[in-house]
Design a binder for this molecule. Sequence first.
Ligand code: NAD
Length: 480
Amino acid sequence: MEYIKNYTDGKFISPISGKYIENINPAIGEIYSYIPDADEQDVALAVAAAKAAFPAWAATSAQVRSAFLLKIASLIDTYSEKLALAESIDNGKPLELAKTMDIGRAAANFHFYGTAILHESSESHFTSPTAINYTLRKPIGVVGCISPWNLPLYLFTWKIAPALAAGNCVVAKPSEITPMTAYLLSEICIEAGLPKGVLNLVHGYGHKVGQAIAENPEIPAISFTGGTATGKKIALAGAPLFKKLSLELGGKNPNIIFSDCNFENAVATSVRSSFTNQGQICLCGSRIFIQKPIYEKFKNEFVRRVKLLKVGDPLQADSDLGATVSKQHKDKVLSYIELAKQEGGTVLTGGKDVKLQGRCENGYFIEPTVIEGLSPYCRTNQEEIFGSVVTLTPFESEEEVIRYANSTPYGLSATIWTENLNTAHHVAHALESGIVWINCWLLRDLRTPFGGVKNSGLGREGGFEALKFFTEEKNICIKL
Ligand code: NAD
């Protein structure tokens, strides 16, 4: 049984409390490793190491930092099979998905910011005829990075890479539910020769380690991805200390299908955007709105294809859906299916947990579930479920569907399916959403701003936005 360690000051260390948390493989429902039950004392050690490392790391050239990041990217590629297996075991996601999506993207994050830092430039403003201003962008110091369980290494590195590239030292906390690939990343950082204290990883519960990062006065900036309720706690802790915050929070994304869409592309992609990673991607479209003339046709074909999806052992290549991340989360998703029935919904397919035979007989599996007949304003259609459950709702006009789509407290992403350019632009502009995909889903360009509006978050990640977040601007004015 493996005991994961914290990574502090370039070394692996046990939690000061000596306590550990059970780490469960959700596909088999059994403990397979232990995670440090760290607390504010371990965070204080990590902050001290990061503070000590900061002056030297901040003084390195962009070329030197780039070389470290590219080395880490290349080692992630080298160990991609091992990392993908660890991600699948920890999270329950299909191994194929971990290989094709999660690990490749983690390497790409380091590669992207390792090269982006070489292309950064700063502004200057000529105040004719008396002065010239130029703007310096300096690293902030010790920054906190806190990430969730759904795309563990993918989202963890999406924060760490720009923070390091910009010259900061990092105290990071992966989700206690999926800590394994973060632990393997610390091994990679040691192999890459990253100077000690530049990156520190503290494992443990959110209310202990996460809260200690949020409250620590020596961490002036925090990049967080997770639930909206947790984001509020971090904002509450950080606001009196005037911390810089980037908050990527929950979603309840609309997927809007107009009658004139390319039907085949819309159905095929909607199956993916509903159930990839068991529906546990913040960008999954959980509310599908279909224009009335094609409602029945779309519904029948969508349900037919969903019934063909195989829920199975994540390690088998033909499994489309693996396990839900934890028993607690499985129970939450199933409780929303019960709620949907109470609210008058009809389950068209799915609706139950899945009992597999053999190795995975005690795993946490749920059928992909499609529900119709609900009001767009009921709880099932307003609250984030974050699982393999979608609803179908008919609509008549653009105005009506915009009203439905914008009715939730969230505003992360949206998808629109239409062949009419005017409809596409009009609806995209009217949606309260940080990201809109037209005739596609999850087509990512890492240079674009990523983030949500309303209760889906604050600030933007991606491209130079993240490098700006992780730096402090200073304007210098010279009188000519
Ligand atoms: P969560 O909020 O429960 O946990 C996220 C992280 O915060 C974990 O590391 C957790 O330990 C930590 N945490 C918990 N309490 C804390 C506290 N008091 N202070 C500081 N940190 C604390 O979220 P989750 O269940 O791990 O992930 C699912 C959620 O993440 C969903 O709501 C999903 O929409 C959201 N998400 C958003 C995005 C995005 O880009 N907007 C991406 C992925 C997931």
